[in-house]
Every structure is written in structure tokens, then in C-alpha cells.
Design a protein around this ligand. Structure first.
Ligand SMILES: [Zn+2]
Length: 181
């Protein structure tokens, strides 16, 4: 039977910014916000199921890839990619704070060399988690890599070096140009 909506039946699986919908219109009573708890329930139940199905490495990579996709779309749709570096960085920090993702600071940013040290205080994904000695913000690694690539037009490898889960009070990420090695 012909699909009356004329859309690809698998389109539900393709992530694009516009598919996030008109949240304001759809939630006229409840509004656009919800507790961090709900976000974490989704994230860590997904993490559990992916781990049981695919193991640690693959799960981390899936979160990174999802974060990357999100970071790219987020940057293209919300951030001023055509502005100078300091405007871009300050808008990024302001936007993440206003969306309550975290308080971002660029400790080091060398756009020429493609080297970054980025901290996120009160990170949405991990702040307050029980300490396990691990860095857990794989989604953020991809998210930041996607944002940096969208702006700088070159691929980045971002890895978390400190995390609330590893016993720190801040998430710290190191970003370098990904030369495929
Ligand atoms: Zn973290």
C-alpha cells in the first residue's frame, strides 16, 4: 500500500533538527523544560541496554557518534558559524548555559593548531553521579567534536580526561584535530 504521507517509512530513524518538532506548540501546558532526572533515565537506561548488547567499546562509540550527530546539527542550527572565534566561543558557552547543558569554559583554544582544552561545570550527563573512577561523558566527547568540526571544517577527536565520575568536580575535555591515526 502506498504511504499516504509520502515519506520514507524509515524516516523516523533519520535525525534532523526539524524532526525535534515544535515543542512549544506541543506542550502548551507543560512547557519546554523537564528535570535532569528524566534525561539521565533515558541516557543511562540506553547505556545499559547498549552495553548488554554490544559491550563497552561499541557502546562508547555509539554514544560518541550520537553526540557527534547532535553536535553537528546543534551547531548548524543554533550557533553563529560565520562569526569570529571569540564570538563563536562566547555564544557557545552562553547557549549551553541557557539550555542548562553545563557551564563551558575554553581553558585553551588554538584554532590554528586545532588544540583545545574545554571544561564543563555542572555537566548535564554526569555531575553528581557516584564516583567509579571512570570518565563517562562519551556523548559529550562526540557532541563537542561535532561542534568544533562544524565551525572549523576539520574533524576532531575529543576525549574526556576528568569527569565527576572519575572523582573530579568538573568535566575536562581535550580536543585535537583527528588526522585518522
Ligand atoms: Zn563527565
Amino acid at each position: 500500500m502506498k504511504n499516504i504521507f509520502e515519506v520514507d517509512p524509515e524516516s523516523h530513524y533519520q535525525f534532523e533538527w526539524k524532526k525535534l518538532g515544535d515543542i512549544k506548540k506541543g506542550r502548551e501546558n507543560l512547557g519546554e523544560e523537564m528535570p535532569v532526572l528524566v534525561y539521565r533515565i533515558l541516557e543511562y537506561s540506553m547505556n545499559h541496554v547498549l552495553f548488554n548488547n554490544f559491550g563497552k567499546e561499541k557502546t562508547d562509540e555509539i554514544f560518541r557518534q550520537a553526540g557527534y550527530l547532535a553536535g553537528m546539527e546543534f551547531a548548524k542550527n543554533i550557533l553563529p558559524l560565520d562569526q569570529d572565534e571569540s564570538t563563536f566561543v562566547s555564544t557557545l558557552a552562553k547557549t549551553l548555559e541557557s539550555l542548562k547543558v553545563g557551564i563551558l569554559r575554553m581553558e585553551e583554544a588554538d584554532f590554528e593548531k586545532g588544540e583545545f582544552i574545554i571544561t564543563v561545570h555542572e555537566d548535564l550527563d554526569c555531575s553528581g553521579l557516584p564516583p567509579t573512577g571512570e570518565v563517562v561523558c562519551k556523548y559529550d566527547e562526540g557532541f563537542l567534536a561535532g561542534i568544533l568540526e562544524a565551525y572549523a571544517n576539520k574533524p576532531f577527536r575529543v576525549r574526556e580526561v576528568d569527569c565527576w565520575s572519575s572523582g573530579s568536580r568538573v568535566c575536562r575535555f581535550k580536543g585535537t584535530v583527528d588526522d585518522g591515526k
